[in-house]
Write a protein that binds this ligand. Sequence first.
Ligand code: PGA
Length: 254
Amino acid sequence: MANRTTIIAGNWKLNKTAAETRRTILELRNKLAGLSTGAEVVVFPPFVSLETAVDAARETILQVGAQNVFWEKSGAYTGEVSTTMLEALGLEFVLLGHSERRALFGETDATVARRLEAVLGGRLTPVVCVGEGLEEREAGRTGEVLARQVEGALKDVAPDHIGRVVLAYEPVWAIGTGKSASPTIANDAHTLIRSSIAAMFGRSAADETSVLYGGSVKPENTASLMRESEVDGVLVGGASLDAASFAEIVRAAG
Ligand code: PGA
């Protein structure tokens, strides 16, 4: 297997004020003290808690990311936040194209591609989320949906930038449902994602791209998912909100 970065990420979605963010990060710091891990551990708090998060995460193994970003740097775009602003806060990562953004906020493969291009023009590491819905899976369309989403998101990425992109496979039917994909289903989907990357950027670029699994990851299923050869990390929603459970996931990921 190629030498891919392992990433354990917590997507906090619309949860935690700045004060709660600080408290959770300090708890995580205590619970992870002394842990030696080769993994990158990242939390994604809401925008208004990011500055506090960066401050609280200083001198810990934790890194901080944002849950979304707009593609323009500045201007008349009420309610939006730019890559420059996130970089100025000292962030490392940004999520793009989460299925909740696609389903609830009109995000499409085309808008994900624009955001990705903007992110790659700067310093942040993008985590691009893809995943099929239940009906698509039951209709045998998983491969086609994943290929469309990966190709749609990555279509404008320059070959020398693909090494900075992280993918996350998040089947919509597994998110927040308590029904995680089995390790085999996750591994097969990651293989499909990697073949789309290979078709666009070549085999070695695909082999070096980290692909995370997300959807009802818990302390109890982390190790079995992480044992799969194509699973390079996890993107955790609900179980990342509690410091004890997220710390257990980080430890279980090895
Ligand atoms: P979940 O969410 O772990 O609560 O299923 C995962 C995600 O949406 O990133």
